[in-house]
Design a protein around this ligand. Sequence first.
Ligand SMILES: NC(=O)c1ccc[n+]([C@@H]2O[C@H](COP(=O)([O-])OP(=O)(O)OC[C@H]3O[C@@H](n4cnc5c(N)ncnc54)[C@H](OP(=O)(O)O)[C@@H]3O)[C@@H](O)[C@H]2O)c1
Length: 314
Amino acid sequence: MKAVVYKKKSYPDKLVLCDIEKPVPNDSEVLIKVFAVSLNAADYRSMKMRIIPKRKIFGADIAGQIESVGKNISSFRTGDEVMGDLASYGFGGLAEYVTAPERAVIFKPKQISFEEAAAIPMAAVTALQALRDKANIQKGQRVLIVGCAGGVGTFAIQLAKYFKAEVSGVCSSKNVQQTLSLGADYVFDYTREDFTESNKRYNIILGINGNYPLLAYKKNLTSNGIYVMVGGSISQIFKSLLFGWLLSFGSKKMKSLAAKANKTDLEFLAKLLEKGIIKPVIDQCYPLDKTADAMNYLKQGHSAGKVVINIEPK
Ligand SMILES: NC(=O)c1ccc[n+]([C@@H]2O[C@H](COP(=O)([O-])OP(=O)(O)OC[C@H]3O[C@@H](n4cnc5c(N)ncnc54)[C@H](OP(=O)(O)O)[C@@H]3O)[C@@H](O)[C@H]2O)c1
């Protein structure tokens, strides 16, 4: 099969299209024919930190069709259309076939494409766990989403609206219209306006992208507001982990999220997709042999929604 394999010594890009052996599922796994896979910061960050999957194939968010099932599998059959996040199961999605335990995948809603399905798992589950589990979002609350235009942010806007919050987003000029069309009530274009200088206060701030000091987030919270660090630069993430607890003295809370793939959460999101309540935003689709270009594009940190790799069905 064709797969994009990590090759440490390959220059300039370490992601190389190769012909390799098709994986064989064990008794408790399914074999999936992959039709689309979306990229995440988890792919390029793991690569940077030299945390390389066992089979040297990145790609966690997949959508495809069950090719065969191990003898202990009861919930899926050959031909079922599925989607899932394989980050906790060895990645491997940037290939024509991948194996996965049945707990890693769910049925793909019929009315969405494979590209859309692949765009969902990690980013949408992260947004859900940040808003619902870490921030305990409530109807009528004021929510600010900093870095609202990327993979996680575009789901965060839609989910915050689903929870009936008043939503503001922070992004650059080119993404203002997209943010409003996803339902945001107000947008800060960070090239023209600094939200930290506004006198607006928020019950919840999600810090997804952007280099704002922790104290600036704290200042913009209501007296019992909650800040959730979802992502950003490595230095920002470390500062949040080191000093977040210190800044949490008092009634304002500064938290960090470590999202976990969760089948129940993904099924919940699939229901919202089926009902048209949320939809994935796809910035660009690339063919498998252009994965290195797609990864380089995502790494720049300005994609408007998700970056997806298409794997042509043969
Ligand atoms: N905590 C967890 O468990 C968890 C899970 C998943 C992801 N993450 C992290 O979440 C972060 C975002 O992931 P993602 O998939 O959404 O990334 P992404 O798709 O690459 O996000 C790119 C977006 O960030 C925006 N951005 C860049 N600089 C900004 C700034 N100064 N202010 C506001 N927005 C800015 C860009 O908007 P403009 O082009 O308009 O600037 C762009 O749309 C990453 O750091 C990732 O590691 C964390």
